[in-house]
Design a protein around this ligand. Structure first.
Ligand code: NAD
Ligand code: ISE
Length: 346
């Protein structure tokens, strides 16, 4: 079966996912696209063999030639399209964040639990990265003992002009929040944020860099160093310190180059390059599951948890205080597939 996909929002990542569906992964094709910038949607559709440009996201979700939707529009618009997909009974892949407020995420949890089956997957692609998967296998295998600390480094060379001061937490660190829950298989119960001396290369309105610190329910500590104007490259780091050993992400280069009295390798330019294989795996797993009418991967609960932690992070950044986090009771629907399982289906 070929899964017919409709794409809502055809900006940077929407176009990258269309390339992936069309040229890299198997079992799917793009049959419809939409964007508030309709000319952009028309231009993208014109370059595809079987896609039409539609006026709105709702029209796309209702279209009989769309089996499943991908939401790649701006964060505050995600809730509307995820809810519409659930109402239509269609599988939906939503780029992070699931939604930008706790209340919006709760409305999605309520709609999905009322539907009685998982329909939503959230685009936390780090769970599909070979490095993070290998780290998790080491932790789960017990070799380093119980994990005590996780140091995460998230360095962006620059950010787009529309990036606001809150986004260092809810657009950038949201990935570290999810990967901490994934690696440590635990929920976050408190957060604080320290701001360092400001990078003079950052725009006036941005806070950069920050140290976002979480306490896990089981007592482990996580520190995330986030930089958004570090110029030199897109550099993602991670190290888990256990009771009797450590595990860390290796550099991603297949070769080391020596010359002119130095040795070195390439550091990725941006997230597209660093996580290219992770996005491919993420999409193949989603397409395979959606074609069977099933869900897989990071759930609405994972999206909700990440948004609630980021809300707390924003409060902590503004107040300078430690902020406690309570997620409330996890609905039964999500109990089998949260945190640990990017590959489990239900
Ligand atoms: P972008 O600005 O390049 O593209 C967004 C597109 O959505 C634009 O073309 C815009 O016109 C369109 N749009 C906005 N509101 C819309 C609406 N209501 N209906 C239809 N189209 C609408 O942004 P981007 O970098 O592609 O990011 C898009 C989403 O993907 C964001 O949620 C972002 O956080 C996420 N993202 C995820 C990753 C990742 O690593 N997983 C990387 C980049 C972006
Ligand atoms: C971007 O939206 C992403 O999701 C990238 O993965 C992240 O590294 C970057 O900071 C975000 O702006």
């Amino acid at each position: 079966m070929t899964l017919n996909i409709g794409v809502i929002g055809v900006g940077m990542i929407g176009q990258d996912h269309i390339r992936r569906i069309t040229q890299v992964v198997s079992g799917a094709r793009v049959t419809a696209v939409t964007d508030v910038d309709l000319d952009r949607a028309k231009a993208i559709a014109a370059g595809l063999p079987s896609a039409k440009a539609l006026q709105t996201g709702q029209e796309l979700i209702d279209d009989p030639e769309v089996d499943a939707a991908i939401v790649c529009s701006w964060g505050p618009t995600h809730e509307e399209y995820v809810l519409a997909s659930i109402a239509a009974g269609k599988q939906v892949f939503c780029e992070k964040p699931l939604a930008t407020t706790r209340e919006a995420c709760e409305r999605i949890l309520d709609a999905e639990t009322a539907a009685g089956k998982r329909l939503v997957m959230v685009g936390f692609m780090r769970r599909y990265d070979e490095g993070y998967r290998a780290m998790k296998a080491v932790i789960d295998g017990g070799e380093i003992g119980a994990p005590l600390m996780f140091h995460s480094g998230h360095r962006n060379p620059s950010v787009p002009g529309h990036y606001t001061s809150d986004m260092i937490i809810n657009d950038t660190c949201v990935h570290d929040v999810d990967v901490a829950r994934f690696l440590l298989d635990d929920e976050i119960v408190a957060a604080r944020v320290l701001t360092a001396r400001k990078n003079s290369l950052a725009s006036e309105h941005l806070t950069d860099p920050v140290l976002f610190i979480f306490e896990m329910a089981g007592g482990a500590l996580v520190d995330v160093e986030a930089s958004i104007n570090i110029q030199y490259a897109y550099d993602i780091r991670g190290e888990v310190v256990g009771e009797r050993g450590t595990v860390e992400l290796a550099e991603t280069n297949p070769v080391v180059v020596k010359g002119s009295g130095r040795f070195g390798g390439r550091v990725p330019e941006d997230w597209r390059e660093r996580f290219i294989r992770a996005y491919d795996t993420e999409f193949q797993e989603w397409i395979d599951a959606a074609s069977r009418g099933e869900s897989t991967g990071p759930s609405s609960w994972d999206g909700y948890a990440a948004t609630v932690v980021c809300d707390a992070g924003l409060k902590a950044m503004q107040s300078g205080e430690r902020v406690e986090i309570s997620l409330g009771e996890q609905p039964e629907l999500y109990r089998t597939t949260t945190i640990t399982g990017p590959t489990g289906t239900d």
